[in-house]
Design a protein around this ligand. Structure first.
Ligand SMILES: Nc1ncnc2c1ncn2[C@@H]1O[C@H](COP(=O)(O)OP(=O)(O)OP(=O)(O)O)[C@@H](O)[C@H]1O
Length: 206
């Protein structure tokens, strides 16, 4: 494991949309789940951490400040996978930074998936392939916005296990927006619910 991957993600006094003064430190390898009602600001918080939305306060990855890096460079390290993904080439394979045969196999795709036309992908396929695309760029921190929202239970479990293995191996700090209590119980190191303008830590029930 490279030293550069072992970096904490730190939010200090972050203010965006309905949220104010969010302080949060996510350790390397830690998965912090965020939940809250629709419209409470979960996606906007992830977008702020990804430098996709103006915000107050500071965000750091290790000793590197978001403000000191161009947005597109920051997002190569602090990678957001939105609930709905955009695609810009015709075939899936053109979106990868490196071949990902093990990931394709783990998530149930055949070897020739790289040749698949993006226009033919189902929403569940797009969601899984967007995760593979993101990890092909070897991010140092991950921001996952409901990464299994379009998937059936068995496929969700497969994706969870695969993500957990990656996060453990690469020691990425992770913010993971999730709604389902059972998923939060399985994956979260800590769980915060958005409560008005702030985050309230929840007990993790076994
Ligand atoms: N650029 C923007 N400017 C102003 N308001 C916005 C902007 N983007 C989103 N909003 C509003 O901010 C609020 C929070 O949006 P956000 O997408 O973060 O919600 P969410 O908690 O992720 O909801 P959901 O669970 O439905 O995805 C919503 O009321 C939304 O309409």
């Amino acid at each position: 494991m490279s030293a550069k991957s072992k970096r904490a993600l730190r939010l200090q006094q972050v203010a965006v949309g309905p949220l104010d003064n969010v302080d949060l430190e996510v350790a390397p390898g830690e998965i912090v789940c965020l939940s809250g009602p629709s419209g409470s600001g979960k996606s906007r918080l992830l977008r702020a951490v990804a430098d996709l939305e103006p915000h107050g306060g500071t965000v750091q990855l290790g000793d590197r400040e978001q403000d000191s890096v161009a947005g597109h460079h920051w997002r190569q390290s602090v990678m957001m996978v939105p609930a709905e993904t955009a695609w810009w080439f015709d075939s899936f394979g053109e979106h990868l930074s490196k071949p990902m045969p093990d990931a394709l196999g783990a998530l149930g795709f055949p070897e020739d998936t790289g040749n698949w036309a993006v226009s033919r992908l189902s929403s569940g396929e797009k969601q899984r392939l967007a995760l593979i695309r993101a990890l092909s760029r070897e991010p140092q921190a991950l921001l996952l916005d409901e990464p299994t929202a379009n998937l059936d239970d068995d496929t969700s479990l497969k994706v969870e296990r695969w993500l957990q293995a990656y996060i453990r191996q690469h020691q990425c700090p992770v913010l993971w927006v999730a709604h389902r209590e059972d998923q939060i119980r399985r994956v979260a190191s800590r769980h915060f619910r958005i409560d008005g303008a702030g985050l309230r830590e929840q007990e993790l029930r076994q």
